[in-house]
Design a binder for this molecule. Structure first.
Ligand code: CDP
Length: 559
């Protein structure tokens, strides 16, 4: 990553009045959160060395008057005008402070239902979502980026078909990701092919809605433009750490945090590529960073300025934090392990288990020092004292991975050569540094003259830039072509398998896109959703290459 890219991210997102450099930001954040000098130095070092970064709101707001430090929120939406418009107001406050909001709109009565006080008929959840969408347009998130929302409807809500089709027209509800919350019962009907089964009869239109109509609607929507996402209600609730507080039916905008109404969560990500030492992961060093990160994120809860009292209360009860990884594909590349092979997955499984187990241990230690989380009694933790009801997640790390110069979250690299614009608008080709170094090494080893080495290297770069892949360059060693696969080269089943590996050792959920080729059929998309459900995922997002208009540019511009 060039300094100019980092500088422009810093200037656009994170620098506060009087700050000039990344060092200034790390200093402000460390001072705001540390309880003593030792912690201050530790926090500063972890961020400054790019081994660990908290989510953007912490970087933006720690030690400032705003003081809102979390990325993820869910809000309760009830079935009355005050309850709906309170949520709208709270959502605006959250966006203003830099957070993203998730809503489940299923409490809202369906279209056509009577409204007693006015003798009128209800317009249904989707029409209210349009109001939330419009409000988001006018509130810039944290004053710096547009707000993100997740809109969810349960598959057992009578307006589910309208919801599924709500984004069929590109541009509708553009500030929302939408997801259908399906349950096991529904998936079992799908799995056993009972498409003609009437799932719900709409109480006001008498329309008989079949399993097949819903399923085909979901699959067709995904095939067309990647939405709706799918969330798995029963799996989310089988893993709910505080069942005594009620069921979970909502997630934050990118899906990695299933949360109770009014809960919020701060995220932080460890850059795994910084822990590659020779041909292995330095596990001791990784464990030390995990312990530091748990204390760091726990301190965020105590220092957070919450936008409304309900959020402060719900968050204080469970004290959930979301520690995760980024730079995972980079680490695999450095270790020579393909993302889509058993060896790569084995390494990821081992690392994530280590992160999760160490985080749990540290939260236990913290509970000894400062007490268990208030809703501990009745939680799944039983006798084992914990400071936090949940600790791990995998965030998208959309901005912080750019800052850290690593691959995002647990995603495979999108392209090893891509176009960037510098500050004066000039475009240039950026190369993935691990790819470039390894390419030069393998071409250098062919025993050619130096001019020809340069020509070959350039030819590969041009090819990757044009087509996005090295798979078809026959003269490159097979091991090189096998290693440097991109998100689009990797088979969708291997995407799902990788998500499942992480999910086994993550308390919350995982933000990940399952990429499918343009030629993927609706049947394959259906198979992918079924595979995700059977693999124990809590949710999934599929994107078929080229199904949105902006994709040609995306291939060249995204990493
Ligand atoms: O990298 P950064 O910390 O900026 O965020 P991320 O890992 O890409 O996203 C983490 C979470 O932040 C998302 O799941 C959303 O809840 C929230 N977010 C948001 O509200 N608005 C955005 N534009 C991006 C993220």
């Amino acid at each position: 990553m060039t300094d100019s890219v980092v500088d422009s991210i810093l200037a656009a997102r994170y620098l506060r009045k009087g700050e000039k450099t990344f060092e200034d930001i790390c200093h402000r954040v460390a001072v705001a959160l540390a309880r003593n000098e030792g912690e201050r130095q530790e926090y500063y070092e972890a961020m400054h060395s790019l081994r660990f970064l908290p989510n953007s709101p912490t970087l933006m707001n720690a030690g400032t008057e705003i003081g809102q430090l979390s990325a993820c929120f869910t809000l309760y939406v009830g079935d009355s005008i005050p309850e709906i418009f309170h949520a709208l107001e709270w959502g605006a406050l959250i966006h203003k402070s830099g957070g993203g909001t998730g809503y489940n709109f299923s409490k809202i009565r369906p279209e056509g239902a009577p409204v007693q006080s006015t003798d009128g008929v209800a317009s249904g959840p989707i029409s209210f979502m349009k109001v939330f969408n419009a409000a988001t347009d006018v509130i810039k998130q944290g004053g710096r980026r547009r707000g993100a929302n997740m809109g969810i409807l349960n598959v057992w809500h009578p307006d589910v078909l309208r919801f599924i089709h709500a984004k069929n027209v590109e541009g509708e509800l553009s500030n929302f990701n939408i997801s259908v919350m399906v349950n096991d019962r529904f998936m079992e009907f799908v799995e056993s092919g009972q498409m003609g089964k009437v799932w719900i009869t709409h109480p006001y239109t008498d329309e008989e809605i079949t399993v097949g109509a819903i399923w085909n609607g979901i699959i067709d929507g995904i095939w067309r433009n990647g939405e709706p996402g799918v969330l798995f209600y029963d799996e989310i609730n089988r893993k709910n750490p505080t069942p005594q507080l009620g069921d979970i039916d909502t997630t934050n905008p990118c899906g990695e945090q299933p949360l109770l109404p009014f809960e919020s969560c701060v995220l932080g990500s460890i850059n795994l590529s910084k822990f590659v030492s020779g041909s292995a992961i330095d596990e001791e060093s990784l464990k030390r960073t995990v312990r530091m990160a748990v204390r760091f994120l726990d301190a965020v809860i105590d220092n957070n300025v919450f936008p409304i009292p309900q959020i402060e209360e719900a968050t204080g009860k469970t004290r959930k934090v979301g520690l995760g990884l980024m730079g995972v594909h980079d680490a695999l590349l450095m270790l020579g392990l393909p993302y889509d092979a058993e060896e790569g997955r084995r390494l990821c499984e081992r690392v994530m288990a280590l992160v999760n187990d160490t985080a749990v241990e540290e939260s236990h230690v913290l509970a000894g020092e400062r007490g268990v989380f208030p809703a501990f009694e009745g939680s799944v933790w039983g006798e084992y004292g914990m400071r936090n009801a949940a600790l791990t997640t995998i965030a998208p790390t959309g901005t912080i991975s750019l800052l850290a110069g690593c691959s995002s979250g647990v995603e495979p690299v999108f392209s090893y050569a891509y176009t960037r614009k510098n500050t004066v608008g000039k475009t240039f080709v950026m190369l993935h540094p691990i790819f470039e170094a390894e390419l030069r090494r393998v071409v250098g080893a062919l025993g050619l003259g130096s001019d020809e080495v340069e020509e070959r290297v350039q030819a590969v770069i041009d090819h990757v830039h044009e087509t996005g892949t090295v798979r078809d360059i026959g003269w490159l060693p097979v091991s090189f072509r096998r290693l440097f696969q991109t998100a689009l080269d990797i088979d969708w089943r291997d995407h799902v398998r990788m998500q499942a590996v992480f999910q086994r050792h993550v308390h919350a959920s995982i933000s990940k896109t399952i990429n499918m080729p343009n030629a993927a059929t609706r049947e394959e998309i259906g198979e992918a959703v079924l595979m995700a459900w059977r693999s124990g995922l809590k949710g999934m997002t599929i994107y078929r290459t080229g199904s949105r208009e902006d994709v040609v540019l995306a291939l060249k511009e995204k990493k």
